[in-house]
Design a protein around this ligand. Structure first.
Ligand code: PHE
Ligand code: NA
Length: 450
């Protein structure tokens, strides 16, 4: 199995790689997590800080991970081992594998909600429905959400073990534009509702007095999560990237597309949230699943559009989930010599089991509370407010000081493109990224514990 490394397949076209990386990036993070985190953090001011985090932290780290992967052609653990042999740096890759594991376990639960909503849409969305109750009824069940979580994990395992990732990515090429068009339709419907302006103001007109250290922490966490950074997914995908691709440009495409979809999701969501529901914008993880059906109910052929939308959201979630599982499986295959199919199935089943507590957190284990979080939010907090920023910080330090920013830039610039990885990159990755993450993490953790 080790010689897989030499025979490692490359994405045959530049488009293939972009599709894969964009497939990993665009997912529940954009349509489920981004709106509710924005809502919890007061709206527009959060959006502003989030966009800064994307540019100053997200983009340079996207370049970093893509280059680390292409240079070493390894999974995250192997990548650090290859560039800094006999040092503890491989632990950063190890942390990434662990993070992928934790994220996928609850990601699959939420993706299961999306699968279930495909059928709820088929049953019809009508204006007089109490969408908040429909959602609560769904998540406080036990058997049904576990069933959909199992279905989603089975799909993910199926794709990874059969090695048909590329086939899925190719399908995404046609599906993404449809998701995009549907979002445009939703935005138009949402903006033309009576009372839309209040939501628009909430989302786009910032009140900077609301910003706290927590706002920065949540913006950084969301930037990492949505761009699939800080845990090696992009290192892993970059390892399949061929020599003749310009990294600065590829990274910009992925970051730009992901950000566009998130911003659009917010535009579809907030006007409708204020116009149609009595749900508060800081309602948390249910926001999308309560608001969107309310918008569909206000549209001609709403159930049909809702059906298509949740199918596409589930597929977007699947292309993200395969990148999460791939990190763990690539590690098991490359480093532990386990056969691919076997690794996918074993790892996938363990992840499924680890994902059961987040389901039960809404019913049998609803007494559970950690810093005020339920089980799913606890997993989410540990992964996104601790593991991803820590992984990103250490990756930046590694690239900037150990492998050296200059070497990374040379590798990234091998083939010319529009964006040249210049001096600015070293400044960001050596100074801005590590200091910003460290300060924000220390302050928020101190505040949380106090
Ligand atoms: N970026 C994905 C999303 O927005 C989630 C993800 C996180 C995927 C980390 C891979 C790694 O839905
Ligand atoms: Na995303």
């Amino acid at each position: 199995m080790k010689n897989d490394l030499q025979k490692r397949e490359n994405w045959t076209t530049r488009l293939g790689f972009i599709l894969a990386a964009a497939g990993s990036a665009v997912g529940l993070g954009n349509i489920w997590r981004f709106p509710y985190v924005t809502g919890t953090n007061g709206g527009a001011a959060f959006l502003f800080i989030y966009l800064i985090a994307i540019i100053l932290i997200g983009y340079p780290l996207m370049v970093t991970e893509m280059t680390l992967g292409r240079k070493t052609q390894r999974n995250p653990v192997g990548a650090f081992k290859a560039l800094a042999p006999n040092t503890p740096w491989w632990l950063v890759g190890g942390l990434g594998v662990l993070t992928g594991f934790v994220i996928l376990s609850y990601y699959s639960v939420v993706a299961g909600w999306s699968l279930a909503y495909i059928f709820k849409a088929l049953g019809g969305f009508v204006p007089e429905m109490a969408f908040g109750e429909v959602f609560t009824d769904h998540i406080t069940g036990v058997g049904v959400p576990i069933f959909w979580h199992a279905v989603f994990m089975a799909l993910t395992i199926g794709v990874i073990s059969a090695g048909v990732v590329k086939g899925i990515q190719r399908a995404v090429k046609t599906l993404m534009p449809i998701l995009f068009i549907l979002l445009v339709v939703l935005i138009i419907r949402s903006l033309t509702l009576d009372g839309a302006s209040e939501g628009l103001r909430f989302y786009l007109s910032p009140d900077f007095s609301e910003i706290t250290a927590q706002t920065f922490m949540d913006a950084i966490a969301q930037a990492f999560f949505t761009l699939s950074l800080g845990m090696g997914a992009i290192i892993t995908y970059g390892s399949y990237l061929s020599e003749d691709a310009n990294i600065g440009d590829n990274a910009a495409y992925v970051v730009g597309l992901d950000t566009l979809i998130a911003v659009m999701a917010g535009l579809a969501m907030f006007p409708a949230l204020f116009a149609l529901t009595d749900v508060s914008p800081d309602a948390g993880p249910g926001l999308t699943f309560i608001t969107l059906p309310a918008v569909f109910a206000e549209m001609p052929l709403g159930s049909f559009f809702g059906f298509i939308f949740f199918v596409l959201l589930s597929i977007a979630a699947l292309t993200s989930a395969i990148s999460l599982l791939e990190v763990v499986v690539a590690w098991a295959v490359d480093e532990k010599d386990i056969e691919r199919k076997k690794a996918s199935i074993i790892v996938g089943i363990i992840i499924f089991i680890v994902g059961i507590p987040p389901v039960l957190g809404y019913s049998a284990w609803s007494d559970f509370s950690f810093l005020g979080f339920d089980v799913l939010d606890t997993y989410d907090w540990i992964a996104n407010s601790i593991f991803l920023p820590l992984g990103g910080l250490l990756t930046a330090v590694f690239a900037g000081y150990v492998w050296k920013a200059r070497n990374l830039a040379d590798e990234a610039n091998k083939v010319g493109g529009v964006i040249n990885i210049g001096e600015w990159y070293g400044f960001l990755v050596k100074i801005v990224v590590p200091i910003a993450i460290a300060v924000v993490m220390v302050v928020t953790i101190a505040q949380t514990l106090m």
